[in-house]
Design a protein around this ligand. Structure first.
Ligand SMILES: NC(=O)c1ccc[n+]([C@@H]2O[C@H](COP(=O)([O-])OP(=O)(O)OC[C@H]3O[C@@H](n4cnc5c(N)ncnc54)[C@H](OP(=O)(O)O)[C@@H]3O)[C@@H](O)[C@H]2O)c1
Length: 277
């Protein structure tokens, strides 16, 4: 069994990887910082280190995402689990070299492209899974599909983050719509409010509130539990496409359940990523 994970160089992803390296035979660490990936590997036992392969992948650079999927496919002919875990909240509106707003690219577009490029490998494995790390912040989303890159509308870091975390759930459900009947499983999750590097690049009210909440946050080890549960468990078909918190399926917002929104999002993402798909 093999697994690919983004965002394993810090926080929740790091502890997800450290647990799952004991279960999977081969693990692909898709990360933008080689040094951090090497430091992570050094913390593992030698036999675990030997199971891991670092692949450079910057989710805000779509060429690098395409190259990462290509490199991964040189190592294996099927993929059992993909955990789209990387992400973050960004202080100000900035655009990537591909002219996407950064939080949209880092939290959603990069993973959309990565998943699509890895789909042939995922569909070759029986009961393969795509696990998307979302957030309860998705409940605050207010999406304007005509301006996903905030060219016209006002940007707020929390507003942009809430929207992309909604996209993670809509994406999960779209994957089940499109590939569920041919065996793909997909789940989204909220990891808890977790003490990680998350929020370190913010200012203003959000940064203040996040700092206040810090003593009450759970550890990254605990924050990884739902991702680990989903990667390890074989769940009944009725859970396919569900949203989890504390390793239990819960109801997401009504927007997250909207077929109209997920179809719109998928179409928009295909348009935005047309040069890479
Ligand atoms: N912490 C929370 O309370 C909380 C709550 C709900 C949801 N989440 C979600 O949990 C996930 C993990 O966050 P965390 O709390 O563990 O935060 P974190 O400690 O900041 O880790 C974020 C990870 O994402 C990676 N990453 C960020 N931008 C990237 C990019 N452009 N390309 C490739 N990798 C990139 C980071 O890589 P570097 O090491 O190179 O920076 C790091 O490995 C995120 O999706 C976040 O939205 C967190």
């Amino acid at each position: 069994m093999n697994l690919a994970i983004t965002g394993a160089t810090s926080g929740i992803g790091e502890y997800t990887l450290k647990n799952l390296v004991l279960v999977f035979n081969q693990l692909f660490i898709l990360a933008r910082n080689k040094q951090k990936a090497e430091n992570l590997l050094r913390e593992l036992k030698i036999d675990s280190q030997q199971k891991c392969i670092f692949i450079y992948c910057d989710l805000t650079d779509m060429d690098s995402v395409v190259n990462a999927a290509q490199e991964l496919s040189n190592h294996c002919d099927q993929l059992d689990v993909l955990i789209n875990n990387a992400g973050g909240i960004f202080k100000q509106k900035e655009f990537t070299k591909d002219q996407f707003e950064t939080s949209l690219a880092a939290n959603h577009l990069g993973h959309f492209l990565l998943t699509q490029k890895l789909m042939p490998l995922l569909l070759k494995a029986k009961g393969s899974k795509v696990i998307n790390v979302s957030s309860e912040a998705h409940r605050a989303a207010r999406v304007k599909f005509t301006d996903l890159n905030y060219r016209e509308i006002n940007y707020s870091s929390f507003g942009a983050y809430a929207n992309v975390k909604l996209f993670n759930i809509l994406f999960t459900k779209s994957l089940v719509d499109k590939y569920g009947s041919i065996g793909l499983k997909s789940y989204a999750l909220h990891p808890g409010v977790v003490k990680t590097n998350f929020g370190s690049d913010t200012s203003g009210v959000f940064a203040f509130l996040w700092k206040l909440a810090s003593p009450f946050m759970i550890s990254p080890e605990d924050g990884a539990k739902t991702s680990i549960f989903l990667a390890k468990s074989e769940l009944p078909e009725s859970f396919n496409g569900s949203y989890f918190k504390n390793s239990k399926a819960i109801q997401p917002s009504s927007s997250a359940l909207s077929k109209n929104m997920r179809v719109k999002l998928w179409t928009k993402c295909e348009e935005l990523l047309a040069d890479w798909l």
